[in-house]
Design a protein around this ligand. Structure first.
Ligand SMILES: Nc1ncnc2c1ncn2[C@@H]1O[C@H](COP(=O)(O)OP(=O)(O)OP(=O)(O)O)[C@@H](O)[C@H]1O
Length: 273
């Protein structure tokens, strides 16, 4: 599934959040998104999810206009995902399938239920939660809750997975485990991933492509007059166990805002060294 973003803008009233965003992403790419707080990364994900519509421009999926509603081909995991507290881990994962296959009753019976349970158990095994499948979410650690959120998103077999700082609230050790998990799942499924992170190291470590969101134009009198765009698009290649950092590709000329730009570039170059 290829995704093409053609000159997309997002404005809320007079406020421009994103402007002139153009991008082509092929099936199976792992895009990590970084940028200053409030620059529109979540808004960008929400447009990919069809929770928000661009005010200008177009998003095409396999060359077709994107459906106007969120659909099962797109799964999402937020930093704090609200799993259903009154359902066990297994029931939480099964619920996605039950609602999809039986939208009216929200539950399955007979062989369809057995099949759904087998799939849910297998998904829980791949995220390492088999041992807690009959527990309620309250009894799980933060890392386990995020594993459950990932299982819930993946059980519907989406073609695109949208991750909004999914590991931001986790301790470093648990984060490392989650990195291994998400890389394994990405390699196994060939799914396309977009992941927002504030951790530049994480962005380099996980992504096959790093997208930097920043404002190209600034009006100090009117900060909301211009939106952010993708200013750097950095391909990251994995060769065996060694990750290669090819030269940074600058997408647009970044403006007067030199202080920010220079510090961002220093950081990127340091990470790449
Ligand atoms: N529904 C909305 N109506 C008006 N403004 C909105 C709406 N949703 C988001 N915004 C504004 O759009 C801007 C971008 O928000 P967004 O959450 O996309 O940024 P972000 O880059 O993800 O930030 P962070 O890194 O802090 O999560 C913010 O200033 C926010 O207040």
């Amino acid at each position: 599934m290829s995704i093409q973003i053609k000159n997309v803008w997002k404005e809320y009233g007079q406020r421009v959040i994103l402007e002139k965003v153009s991008l082509k992403v092929e099936q199976g790419e792992f895009c990590t998104l970084v940028g200053a707080s409030g620059c529109g990364k979540t808004t960008f994900l929400r447009m990919l999810l069809a929770e928000e519509q661009p005010t200008r421009g177009q998003i095409l999926i396999d060359g077709e206009a994107m459906p106007a509603e969120p659909g099962p081909d797109r799964g999402v995991v937020f930093q704090r995902y609200s799993v259903f507290p009154h359902l066990t881990v297994l029931q939480n994962v099964m619920l996605g399938m039950e609602i999809e296959q039986s939208p009216f009753w929200g539950r399955l019976s007979g062989s369809a239920k057995k099949q759904a349970e087998a799939e849910a158990r297998s998904m829980l095994e791949s995220v390492g939660l088999t041992h807690v499948c009959n527990h309620y979410p309250d009894a799980l650690s933060g890392g386990m809750q995020q594993r459950l959120a990932i299982a819930q998103a993946l059980i519907k077999k989406p073609r695109i997975l949208l991750l909004d700082e999914p590991f931001g609230a986790l301790d470093p050790g648990i984060r490392a485990d989650m990195h291994d998990l998400i890389l394994d799942l990405w390699k196994q499924t060939g799914i396309t991933i977009f992941m927002v992170t504030h951790d530049i190291k994480e962005a380099f470590h996980l992504g096959s492509r790093l997208l930097v969101f920043d404002k190209v134009r600034h009006d100090p009198q009117e900060p909301a007059a211009y939106g952010a765009s993708i200013t750097y698009d950095i391909p990251l290649e994995t060769k065996g166990s060694r990750r290669m950092y090819p030269e940074v590709r600058k997408v647009v000329t970044v403006s007067e805002h030199k202080a920010d730009r220079n510090s961002a570039m220093l950081l990127l170059q340091k990470e790449a060294a």
